[in-house]
Design a protein around this ligand. Sequence first.
Ligand SMILES: NC(=O)c1ccc[n+]([C@@H]2O[C@H](COP(=O)([O-])OP(=O)(O)OC[C@H]3O[C@@H](n4cnc5c(N)ncnc54)[C@H](OP(=O)(O)O)[C@@H]3O)[C@@H](O)[C@H]2O)c1
Length: 280
Amino acid sequence: MEVYTLANGIQIPKIGFGTWQIPDGELAVQSVSYALEAGYRHIDTAQIYGNEASVGRALADSNLDRQEIFVTTKVWNDKIGVEDTRQSILESMDKLGVDYLDLVLIHWPNPAASRDSLPWQERNALVWKGLEVLYQEGKIKAIGVSNFMVHHLEALLETAEVMPQVNQVMLAPGTPQKELVAYCQDKGILLEAYSPFGTGTLFENEEAAQLAREAGLTLAQLALAWSLDKGFLPLPKSTSPENIQANLAIEGLTINPQAIEVLDQLQGVKGQLDPDQADF
Ligand SMILES: NC(=O)c1ccc[n+]([C@@H]2O[C@H](COP(=O)([O-])OP(=O)(O)OC[C@H]3O[C@@H](n4cnc5c(N)ncnc54)[C@H](OP(=O)(O)O)[C@@H]3O)[C@@H](O)[C@H]2O)c1
């Protein structure tokens, strides 16, 4: 699998397997196992997904060497200090059955529960410190953020000792987030594209279907080509063996600049939730 190289030199497979909304248990084990068999070497989970233990079982069952697989998790919103962050990551490692993590992200920048009691700038600085400690101990190979808009990144950079290497945000046809993308790319922060199919809403979009037909691609291929063309790292999720396999067949996919423009403007596909208004 092709890779991107993060600002700190760590290599990250160019496409990752998303696991949000795959319930813990047999389905999660089966889906991740199938993804690994199909050739994915990058798994994206999170503490809040509740499926880290199942991801861990699939990793163990695969018999692949630990270094062959890139594993990401995300620190949930209820972590607000250095020590609880650190502890929660050690627990994630335990559930995942690994002794290091490839990438850990702050999941959201402005949790609703602490919004009125602790300024998000302070909370993020503390959680970031928790990530930095484990990064410096070598327990995490790369650290980053998720759902951070430019103002959240600017605030974080005021106190960060280690630059975030990744920002994982909603990037899909209709949600190109151009200002945020330009800011991150200028700072050498890799953009991971979550919900590359708009959590499936893309598949109901007639305009996108028409473009796909014209390009001789499936809708999934069209969206992944859009993402890769922009230098993003897409994280498609699926529990269907056929779709898991299909989403990996990305080599040589190209779309023309006009189609990219049209996809940038696409209406009707689920977009980025405002992290300062989210009710969780
Ligand atoms: N950081 C964050 O806050 C955040 C937020 C959202 C998502 N994410 C990450 O991004 C990942 C992906 O996003 P997502 O889960 O919102 O969904 P998504 O990948 O945009 O879309 C998944 C949907 O598309 C369908 N699908 C997948 N491949 C297909 C194909 N080739 N043809 C037809 N249908 C296909 C899936 O159905 P089947 O399962 O039936 O194939 C499912 O209904 C997540 O799992 C998670 O890892 C992160």
